[in-house]
Design a protein around this ligand. Structure first.
Ligand SMILES: [Zn+2]
Length: 444
């Protein structure tokens, strides 16, 4: 049976911005036609009059494991820098996770993403005291919700060699039992918590699994200082020499890369995930976005799953620094995130609404107050659209959000379970000290 999204204003692609009035016909999980529908009586119809239909957004860098941190108490001395944020907050939270809270974190963060119009999540997972089967937990929660995902485990030496080895092995388990709508990368934390041996193992695993490496790069100056002190080279040079910089690598942040590193990234055609809200929240600085090229995608770094909010902030932060930046730059970043996901999932039409493309679609309750055209879509995006307008969401043709609510399961019960798990998680965190791991290299 076909499903016809009828009577909407359809954004067929964000790059270049293209708007048309059309019905969208879906069959077998894919878009089969865009234009005047010739629906038969057997076809189901979703009335989209007065709505805008867009390709589903992609979050290019997420940490679903942090979803139960919202509103958690903090009782240690306030962190003074980024490394202390990790030591006192995130490296305590990740060690407090157990299999149940891993599942509920992924469910909570995944639900938030879908309800915000994000259909694909590129996740970076860490749960050092519950490594084994953790990606299966994340994958199972996202499968239940109906989201598309690219998963990996954050390999690091900060919790000792056994956990580094377990983190690596977790990728093999993931690939052996891969769920539909999911793909794998090899996750690595960041240069400053990786030995030469462990980094080499990550590169070897990426080769074995035929995928790329997803790693934090120069999020804070401390990452560069550590690499210079330990190896006499900058982070991206280190990654390139280790074989970790390819056209399938995904580098999160890149705030402190210099021109030579930006050139290496460009040469390798690696992807970069820009996370402006997280960077502002952690006071790590602003990435040199102009130098990072057209493979610059957008992530939320665990803040939430809302790419409307992230792309707006990306625009305003870039605009504050450079008056020549326009809204079209921001939505080209959203388009780049979809191209990244398309490359990782082997589905190059992801992020477009055209025949053959996967039917990952979002229906926005947006009856524009001014004319909406291909030319001015970027202005509507940055100044008008928001996740509160997300009415319906489809992933691979399946309705996963219907009329602002999750369609496939009862939210109420799982939200109650999530709140209970959060309280227990916060209690366990209270028993865990700041992480002792320190990067090398003194602050300048
Ligand atoms: Zn991150």
């Amino acid at each position: 049976m076909n499903l016809v999204l009828s009577g909407g204003t359809v954004v067929t692609t964000l790059d270049p911005p293209t708007v048309t009035s059309a019905d969208v016909t879906i069959s077998g999980g894919r878009v089969s036609a865009v234009g005047r529908s010739t629906a038969s009586d057997d076809d189901a119809t979703l009335d989209c009059a007065g709505c805008v239909v867009i390709p589903g957004n992609v979050c290019a860098h997420h940490h679903l494991y942090s979803a139960l941190a919202r509103g958690m108490p903090y009782r240690l001395d306030p962190p003074q820098n980024f490394v202390q944020v990790l030591q006192r907050v995130w490296w305590r939270l990740d060690r407090a996770l157990d299999p149940d809270s891993v599942w509920l974190s992924a469910w909570t963060g995944g639900a938030d993403a879908l309800l915000s119009g994000t259909t694909t999540i590129v996740d970076h997972h860490a749960s050092p005291n519950a490594v084994e089967d953790s990606l299966d937990g994340v994958g199972s929660a996202l499968e239940r919700l109906g989201a598309r995902a690219v998963l990996c485990y954050e390999v690091t030496d900060r919790d000792g060699p056994d956990r580094a080895a377990a983190g690596l092995e977790e990728h093999r388990r993931l690939v052996k039992a891969m769920r539909p709508l999911q793909a794998a990368m090899v996750g690595a934390h960041a240069s400053f918590t990786l030995s030469e041996e462990t980094l080499a193992e990550c590169v070897r695993m990426a080769g074995e699994l035929d995928t790329g490496i997803h790693v934090h790069v120069a999020e804070d100056e401390a990452d560069e200082r550590d690499s210079l002190a330990r190896f006499g080279k900058r982070v991206v040079e280190r990654l390139a020499e280790a074989g970790a910089l390819t056209d399938r690598s995904l580098l999160a942040h890149c705030v402190h890369v210099d021109q030579r590193e930006a050139a290496l990234i460009h040469e390798a055609q690696a992807w970069v995930a820009h996370n402006p809200r997280s960077n502002m929240n952690n006071r790590v600085g602003w990435a040199p976005v102009a130098a990072l090229g057209n493979r610059l995608a957008l992530g939320t770094d665990g803040i939430d799953g809302d790419l409307f909010a992230e792309s707006r902030t990306a625009y305003w932060r870039a605009r504050e620094a450079d008056a020549s930046v326009g809204p079209e730059w921001a939505i080209a970043r959203v388009a780049a995130s979809a191209r990244l996901a398309g490359a990782l999932c082997g589905d190059p039409l992801l992020g477009r609404i055209e025949p053959g493309a996967p039917a990952d679609l979002v229906v926005l309750d947006y009856d524009p107050p001014t004319p909406l055209t291909s030319q001015n879509l970027p202005g509507h995006w940055v100044f008008g659209l928001s996740s509160r307008m997300v009415r319906d969401v489809l992933v691979a043709g399946e309705t996963v959000v219907r009329d602002h609510r999750l369609a496939r399961l009862d939210e109420t019960e799982l939200r109650a379970r999530g709140r209970e798990a959060a309280e227990a998680l916060w209690r366990r965190m209270d028993e865990i000290d700041a992480h002792p791991f320190e990067p090398v290299g003194a602050a300048g």
